[in-house]
Design a protein around this ligand. Structure first.
Ligand SMILES: *Cc1c(COP(=O)(O)O)cnc(C)c1O
Length: 450
């Protein structure tokens, strides 16, 4: 926490630099009364203590990663202006920064020309992509794997699009034969490929999906909300590598800078390869757009008001950490992946636990050896609690029998799914912390015997 305090000195300096640009304005009366402010802030600090320690490497539960200091500071800097990237009138500089930031992400995926913008998160980003899919192929259905984020089936219901779940292989990746069978019906308009499923970090076989377009034309939307930045990593298995390389051929891409991109929440990104989908957004607003003639962000986004600060934070982060293979940011993703491989290897050696499969990115899932599925689920919940008592925070995740049975940890199946343990090792520090994490996991495991 001392680092955060030193960072605040830099923020002071940046705030001064920004304030100087508005020096010509008449002086404002001095700020808020310190007494009530202090009282309220300390009350908030007290309330915030009732949290899991998301920022600490001993937290390996959900997909949570603390924003990098550069993102936090840039966000705080922008808050003095509080720009709104709905329209240039409300966010002139931050809109330009958003366009540059999104263009850099698009370039990471091999796209030059594109249409895209930031939004509230992966849900909103996928919402726009599925809506454009519907407008591009009216009346045709959307298919995604049964391990795709649940937002896809729900969003399809919101949008009135028929949805088809496609089965997966034993590692949670879309099954190409099942997809081909669904395609043979001729009514699939769009296939959602997930590059990094939320539950297990599985990577759908994108090259195989794209190849099926030869026989059955359809759009391809890549949901890389969690996994997208792994395009830059060097330690992927060859199938994942090919899938990430193939993203350039998708029609639309979603990536969440607030997942692996070091940003605070409220930062998703949607991009389309074909500029002309901008026509679907067309609308008339009587009062917002007077300062620009060119298509601006408010005209290519379903959300209206959006935090310009999110764009400033992202732009500043990428200024410090350009999205390059071999760069510092990519190196940190490799460290996450190494941590995941180390955890997986340790689970393979353990007597009590069995990993479901090798991690493709940085999420590891495993089950407890047991006589029955219900017993394995109960043991997983006990271990989850025992680990939390040792300040090691894991997650629980339910997986269908087809994904758990092949690992052979469960003798008889008295349920159609099993509750498993899940660790998201998304912080680069997890690599150095893995021995400590394993020690605590071992201690928690021993406590189940007592
Ligand atoms: C997290 C996630 C989403 C949802 O994104 P939010 O930012 O939580 O709204 C969608 N798809 C995938 C693959 C995700 O991991």
């Amino acid at each position: 926490m001392t680092a955060a305090r030193d960072d605040l000195k830099l923020l002071d300096e940046a705030l001064d630099a920004l304030a100087r640009r508005f020096d010509h304005l008449p002086r404002l009366s001095p700020g808020t009364d310190a007494g009530p402010l202090r009282e309220a802030l300390l009350a908030a600090a007290d309330r915030m203590g009732d949290n899991f320690p998301y920022h600490h490497p001993l937290y390996v539960g959900q997909m949570l990663k603390p924003p990098h200091p550069v993102a936090r500071l840039a966000y705080a800097l922008a808050m003095t202006i509080n720009p709104n990237n709905h329209a240039l009138d409300g966010g002139r500089a931050s809109s330009a920064m958003e366009k540059e930031a999104v263009a850099q992400i698009a370039r990471m995926f091999g796209w030059g020309d594109h249409l895209g913008h930031l939004c509230g998160g992966g849900t909103m980003a996928n919402f726009e992509a599925l809506w454009v899919a519907r407008e591009s192929a009216p009346g045709r259905l959307i298919a995604a794997s049964s391990q795709a984020h649940y937002t896809h089936s729900r969003l399809c219901a919101v949008l009135g699009i028929p949805f088809r779940a496609i089965g997966t292989d034993a590692r949670g990746r879309m099954d190409l034969r099942a997809l081909e069978q669904a395609l043979s019906g001729g009514d699939v308009g769009t296939v959602v490929a997930t590059l990094g499923t939320t539950a297990a970090g599985a990577v759908d076989p994108l090259p195989g999906i794209l190849a099926l377009r030869g026989r059955h034309p359809f759009r391809v939307h890549v949901d890389a909300a969690y996994g997208g930045y792994y395009r830059l990593a060097s330690g992927l298995d060859s199938e994942a590598r090919r899938a990430f390389d193939a993203i350039s051929e998708a029609d639309s891409i979603v990536i969440d800078p607030h997942k692996h991109g070091l940003q605070p929440y409220g930062c998703g990104c949607v991009m389309f390869r074909d500029h002309s989908v901008g026509r679907f957004y067309s609308h008339d607003s009587p009062y917002t757009y007077f300062s620009s003639a060119e298509l601006h962000l408010g005209e290519i986004s379903l959300e209206c008001s959006r935090p310009g600060a999110a764009a400033v934070a992202l732009w500043t982060t990428m200024r410090m950490f350009p999205l390059e293979r071999g760069g510092a940011f990519a190196g940190d993703l490799d460290r996450c992946r190494e941590a995941a491989l180390e955890l997986h290897a340790a689970l393979l050696r353990s007597k009590r636990f069995v990993p479901l499969f090798a991690p493709q990115l940085d999420i590891v899932v495993w089950t407890v050896r047991a006589a029955s599925a219900q017993e394995a689920s109960a043991q997983a919940r006990r271990l989850f609690e025992a680990a939390a008592q040792r300040d090691l925070h894991l997650a629980l995740a339910s997986f269908p029998r087809a994904l758990v049975e092949p690992c052979g940890a469960i003798k008889t199946w008295d349920a159609e799914e099993a509750t498993c343990l899940r660790a998201c090792v998304m912080k680069p520090e997890h690599r150095e912390w893995m021995p400590e994490i394993l020690k605590r996991l071992e201690n928690a495991s021993k406590s189940l015997d007592g």
